[in-house]
Design a protein around this ligand. Sequence first.
Ligand code: GLA
Length: 390
Amino acid sequence: MTSKLRSGNDLRQAFSEAFGSAPDILVRAPGRVNLIGEHTDYNDGFVLPVAIDREVRMAARARNDRLVRLVALDFGQRTGFALDKIERDEAAPWSNYLRGVAFYLQAAGFALRGLDAVIQGNVPIGAGLSSSAALEMAAALTFQLASGLELDRLRLALIGRQAENEFVGLRSGIMDQFISALGKRDHALLIDCRSLEHRLVPLPQGVRILVADSGVRRGLVTSAYNQRRAECEEGVRRLAEYLPGIRALRDVSLADLEAHQQALPEPVRRRCQHIVYENQRVLDAVAALERGDVAMMGRLMDASHASLRDLYEVSGPELDTLVDIARSTPGCLGARLTGAGFGGCTVNLVEEAAVTSVAAAIEREYPARTGRTPHLYICSAVDGATPINE
Ligand code: GLA
């Protein structure tokens, strides 16, 4: 869903054309960019994402039966299912996120009504900006409103992750759904992915978040991602022989890791090293932002990228080139890949006065060095999923 975002009225109109009546539910849920804390969420660690002004919208109306009928405007595709028999649909893979959400809402004991819905959005797909979490949260909020369910935003996020893990098959952590459900305008969100405690961190004045899409979409991301996760689990199993009682890499201190790294085979050692140091970088980044030290924040982002490239091995030549161009341009404070990696986007922390020149440098040099066209987004931090009143 990379097209232009439609207005509320446009979406109502499209619903009426598709289903012959007016919708009475209109919701939005944002994508996200993660400032720092990559691959830490499924290790019970810390993350610092921002909900961005790229979103998925749904217009819907409850039905009096158990049918769900869906139209994805950006794909020109229609599909449907019965709430009593929810199965994957490989011909309309986007619908699996909605099917998964409905499935796990019901599995949690919520009584759902059928509904008709049209879906539209402008979160680039497969770019590491969480188009899938945005779709899950828009779907969860739509089902909640259509069926009058008592559910808080955190519960919506947990249902969304379950859909992603068990229905779609990516063993992701909680970050993307959490920030899409609970983000706040002008803030990043520090999330403790074990306790699910969270704290708003105001974004500093005078800097902007510039997202650069490499245009690279790698196949087999799901298996590479799940493999990283398995490597972290192996690290925990091996370290637990020396550090009884640890449950996740979150429980391993920098000193413990240094003391016991010989117990870890490669590449497990490198993976563990990334996670343990990245968790510390998130906490350091929050402290830096809270005292207005944007230069330190930038250095931590740089260190995070180097670690993702060399230790976690989820970068690639295009992402490294984007980071390199940005970091060679005055006014860019820090740059790193964001999201799962293997392609997708970088996030750049840029002095406000330098946004145009950093963007121009990327637009000029990236095609020359890679033969690809970059897409640039200057992002604002927005609220998590809400009904739309427009
Ligand atoms: C994907 C997953 C998240 C997180 C990131 C990497 O976006 O959905 O849960 O693991 O990758 O930080």
